[in-house]
Design a protein around this ligand. Structure first.
Ligand code: SAH
Length: 254
């Protein structure tokens, strides 16, 4: 008998930013797979079982979850933010794609969540108000050359960019290299937003011009949004400025 597997997005960290659909999916499941800080966020009942694991084991975790679902389990795989954005939903899809044919009959669904760039953008104003893209700066799963190519293409095409996985201990120089590259393709006054731990008690939001942006301003819990020549800053007395990208294209920087 085949069971179910639901991949659920828990949002950026604030319980208020978890959707009612995600709460219902968690209440309906019996076995939970995920990176342990995400499992820790759930108020599981005594009858619900935790299978927490380390962050680097996505494919093994996806396979273990599918195996349990194939044996009739009501399984939930959790991700922070949205599970389809640099997270577990694609890992589960890859495992199904490469796995035994029985896994295709599992009742599989994905429940979306508020992804980090949306939580950070909301704190800053509306920096994603015009066309934008999301890029993971981690070169664990793709070469740095490809990342550089995408950064240049996005800058030249006028996309606002949201960077996920901007730095890690193993990759201390990449964000600085990305800023140096972007300074050759974008004006120095383009606003850069460093949104750290959005929605959590230790949240910080910092806004600097691209000319002053440094990798030390970000850590692994930061989503970095780089505007375009069209992105505007509204200064406010005694309050953080508002950053927004106007809906209509005026041709700045082209
Ligand atoms: N699925 C997640 C992203 C996982 S990749 C989502 O949709 O948000 C991990 C990266 O997400 C981190 O390195 C950081 O860049 C970003 N991130 C996750 N939670 C965040 C938060 N609360 N505030 C800012 N950035 C966050």
């Amino acid at each position: 008998m085949s069971g179910s597997l639901t991949v659920v997005g828990l949002g950026p960290g604030n319980p208020d930013q978890m959707t009612p659909e995600a709460l219902a999916a968690v209440a309906a499941a019996e076995d939970f797979f995920g990176y342990f800080p995400y499992i820790d966020r759930l108020n599981l009942r005594p009858d619900q079982r935790r299978h927490a694991s380390d962050n680097r084991e996505e494919l093994a975790r996806a396979r273990a979850a599918l195996e349990m679902a194939a044996n009739g389990g009501k399984v939930c795989v959790v991700s922070g933010g949205d599970p389809g954005v640099f997270a577990m939903a694609a890992a589960v899809c890859e495992a199904i794609d490469e796995g035994p044919v029985e896994w295709r009959s599992i009742d599989f669904s994905v429940v979306p969540g508020v992804t980090a760039m949306l939580a950070v953008a909301a704190r800053a104003g509306a920096p994603l108000g015009h066309d934008f893209c999301a890029i993971s700066l981690s070169n664990n799963l793709k070469p740095w050359k490809i990342i550089e190519k995408r950064l240049i293409a996005a800058a030249e095409a006028g996309f606002v960019m949201a960077f996920y996985n901007p730095v890690s201990k193993a990759r201390p120089h990449q964000l600085g290299d990305a800023f140096a590259l972007l300074r050759r393709h974008l004006p120095g006054e383009v606003p850069v937003i460093f949104g750290r731990a959005a929605g959590r008690p230790d949240e910080t939001i910092r806004i600097v011009p691209l000319s002053e942006a440094e990798s030390g301003m970000a850590d692994m819990a930061t989503c970095v949004i780089v505007g375009t020549a069209e992105t505007r800053i509204i200064e406010r007395e005694g309050q953080r400025p508002i950053v927004y990208s106007p809906r209509s294209f005026k041709g700045a920087g082209t």
